[in-house]
Design a binder for this molecule. Structure first.
Ligand code: PLP
Length: 389
């Protein structure tokens, strides 16, 4: 089979961000143009937090202006500082590690599980020391992390577990949403996530009312509202989401399940189309609670003589198929170099960091897009194989 050349971008918000979302933001902005109009107060904040908590199965949700600031607030509430160690996965966006490093802590990397590419509780156990102050697993690509494994560690050691749930709106673990897991979970609503609040946004969910209140103070200058007078009881910042974003958050949450179902169907179809490509390791278990954020394959470097980067470049240049790398291992970024990381005990992550490639799947992926992408992938592997012989 051959295809006429077309272009498949890595990302398209069509079908995810729609006219009702734009109208929700416009309504709030229009109201601000009226006499006496303002972007405060924000009743949308409580409404959005209630809707998000319900969607993610948590008792409490606190809206933030990003997942990065949500993670930072959690680090501050836990009192993470220079004497501490925080254990996380090397295969993540840099900010899962920098949130701890920026507070002066040493980031300790533990290896990932080969099938889920999520932090492996067994590997984490080997890295726990008297200085360990927190564990930060990531629900990588939307795949649920091993919450039972981390619960057991939390129970036995008392170490708080903060989940980086940036990829995990709608992810389920053993049939339930993941927002109640651990001490807290930090979500992202940045532009390419499962839902978006006008390009940036985030939230913390927690079962613990005191923890939720503590992070809320961190995002609002340490204010306590509601008493006879305004009080400032903590050191905090302004990490608040804006009113138009909160309004859009409500329309986005209402459609999250539909968006995820569409993305999941596209992922299952693409996996079927690629099933015979032995050079690729395809994601397993995506029918089972996966939040369908990213479709991450691995180019099995034992089976080819070209690199993932060459493959990515070829797909883009020859076939206009957009892909992305989630992620190079965190220790490869300049900011972590010179910090004396011994990568030898994270061999699975080390290898995955050079093999992972996220393929284009979005809510409006058409059958033609998926067929074309699968064909282009097969053609590229064939051509690069010939070229590398
Ligand atoms: C795993 C992970 N954690 C944290 C973040 C940071 O999210 P935000 O951009 O909302 O700060 C991202 C963003 O891509 C991410 O992928």
């Amino acid at each position: 089979m051959s295809f006429a050349k077309r272009s498949v971008p890595f990302l398209s918000l069509g079908g995810m961000f729609e006219a009702d979302d734009a109208a929700a933001a416009a309504r709030v902005m229009q109201a601000a143009t009226e006499p006496g109009g303002s972007f405060f107060p924000m009743p949308e904040e409580a409404e959005f937090q209630t809707a998000l908590a319900a969607h993610e199965g948590a008792a409490h949700a606190v809206a933030f202006n990003s997942c990065g600031t949500a993670l930072d607030a959690c680090m501050m509430v836990l009192g993470i500082g220079p004497q501490d160690e925080v254990i996380t996965t090397p295969l993540t966006f840099v900010c899962t590690a920098t949130c701890a490093a920026a507070r002066g802590a040493r980031v300790v990397f533990a290896d990932i599980a080969p099938t889920t590419l999520c932090l492996d509780p067994a590997a984490v156990r080997k890295k726990i020391s008297p200085r360990t102050k927190a564990i930060l697993p990531v629900h990588f690509a939307g795949c649920p992390a091993d919450i039972d494994g981390f619960d057991a560690i939390g129970r036995q050691t008392g170490i708080p577990v903060i989940y980086d749930a940036a990829h995990a709106v709608g992810t389920r673990y053993r049939g339930r949403p993941i927002g109640a897991a651990g001490t807290a979970s930090c979500y992202s609503f940045q532009s390419n996530k499962n839902i978006t609040t006008l390009g940036e946004g985030g939230a913390v969910t927690s079962e613990d009312a005191d923890f939720a209140e503590a992070v809320r103070r961190k995002k609002t200058f340490g204010y306590v509202y509601g008493g006879p007078r305004l009080r400032v009881v903590d050191l905090g910042f302004n990490y608040r989401m804006t009113k138009p974003q909160l309004a859009v958050g409500l329309t986005q949450i209402a459609k999250a399940r539909r968006i995820i179902a569409l993305k999941l169907a596209a992922m299952i179809r693409l996996r079927q189309l690629l099933a015979d490509v032995e050079e690729l390791v395809l994601p397993a278990g995506i029918e089972d609670g996966h939040g369908a954020h990213l479709f991450v394959v691995r180019l099995d470097t034992d089976k080819v003589r070209f690199t993932r980067d060459a493959f990515q470049e070829h797909l883009k240049r020859q076939y206009q198929v957009g892909t992305a790398v989630h992620y190079p291992c965190v220790w490869t970024w300049e900011v972590f170099q010179g910090l004396d990381y011994d990568n030898s005990d994270c061999p699975i992550a080390e290898r995955a960091g050079t093999e992972v490639l996220s393929l284009p799947v979005f809510a409006q992926s058409s059958e033609e897009d998926l067929q074309y992408a699968a064909w282009a992938i097969k053609q590229s592997i064939q051509q690069l194989t010939v070229r590398s012989q």
